[in-house]
Design a binder for this molecule. Structure first.
Ligand SMILES: NC(=O)c1ccc[n+]([C@@H]2O[C@H](COP(=O)([O-])OP(=O)(O)OC[C@H]3O[C@@H](n4cnc5c(N)ncnc54)[C@H](OP(=O)(O)O)[C@@H]3O)[C@@H](O)[C@H]2O)c1
Length: 285
């Protein structure tokens, strides 16, 4: 039995390595399959073009593609057209997986004025990123409705981890600014994102349709920046006015994911960033 990971980058590769370690045969689709480790069978595939044959024994499909650029056409091409193309290939090859998991984003929620957001919160994206991801999710649920395939969208918060050091770099370079207004941020360590995907695609009871994939502690951006400055033995970053980021101000809850039995290795930014600063793990190219 095989697992197919379409768009097998950093999160996809970490997921694939964990599944391979658990005894699964893992196929990774991407345009540059030579970057994949040996334990994943790399196959050259452009989700925007003609796709390779899908082996009959594929029982799980994970779609973890990311857009090449930050604009609506790149997003639509990767998430909506790419996903439709994968679903067409499944149909073409008469493969009916037991589970399909789509890696989505908390961007589907937009700004919530600092309130808690969970799976029951109406999705009002307010920006093209979340709008297009919602469109992709809707396509996925529509296309597989009424089939035997269980479909899950895992909406990840900001991913950080080995080599993903945007905030650390800002603090080190003195460019970090502590917002003068409350600004909650939601994140997940790359390894926990991969572990959550493994958990949801392998757990015995069928998973729900949607889960938020964020750690246990939504945190004010200023609090995280102060923590990083302290860990780096640097002075506190300056405070100033910065416009509300596109993701807005919200506190995402992963209570539903935790209720499935999932346990975080990095329950908050503190453990996660300490591991990154200690050089634990590597970013998958
Ligand atoms: N970054 C964040 O903070 C964040 C937050 C929430 C959700 N997410 C979601 O998390 C998921 C995984 O992110 P990641 O960090 O693992 O991204 P990543 O490292 O950039 O991996 C995405 C992979 O997709 C492949 N890809 C892109 N276009 C493709 C195409 N047309 N055909 C086939 N493969 C294609 C790329 O490989 P090739 O270039 O070799 O094709 C790349 O390795 C994405 O769905 C992203 O939207 C990210």
């Amino acid at each position: 039995m095989s697992v197919l990971i379409a768009g097998c980058g950093d999160v996809g590769t970490e997921t694939g390595l964990r599944l391979a370690r658990d005894g699964h045969h893992v196929i990774g689709w991407r345009r540059s399959p030579g970057k994949l480790p040996d334990r994943i069978e790399g196959v050259a595939a452009d989700l925007a073009g003609a796709l390779p044959a899908i082996p009959r024994d594929v029982h799980t499909v994970i779609i973890a593609v990311a857009a090449d650029a930050h604009n609506p056409s790149a997003y639509r091409s990767a998430y909506v057209d790419g996903l439709a193309n994968v679903l067409n290939a499944l149909e073409r090859d008469a493969v009916s997986p037991r589970r399909v998991l789509f890696v989505s984003s908390t961007a589907v929620y937009g700004d919530a004025g600092g309130r808690t957001v969970d799976e029951s919160t109406p999705e009002i994206p307010g920006y093209f990123t979340g709008e297009i991801l919602l469109e992709a999710e809707a396509l996925l649920f529509r296309r597989l409705a009424g089939t035997a395939t269980s479909v899950t969208s895992l909406r990840l918060g900001g991913i950080y981890g080995p080599g993903r050091t945007r905030l650390i770099d800002q603090v080190k370079s003195g460019r970090a600014v502590i917002p003068d207004q409350p600004r909650h941020t939601n994140r997940i360590h790359r390894d926990d994102a991969a572990a959550a995907i493994v958990h949801l695609t392998t757990m015995a009871p069928e998973p729900d349709a949607v889960y938020l994939g964020v750690d246990k502690e939504p945190a004010e951006l200023g609090e995280v920046l102060r923590f990083l400055a302290n860990e780096l033995s640097l002075g506190e970053p300056a405070t100033g006015h910065i416009p509300l980021a596109r993701g807005g101000d919200k506190r995402c809850s992963s209570a539903a994911l935790q209720a499935t039995g999932f346990r975080f290795t990095y329950p908050s930014y503190r453990e996660g960033y300490q591991a990154v600063l200690a050089g634990i793990g590597t970013r998958h190219p």
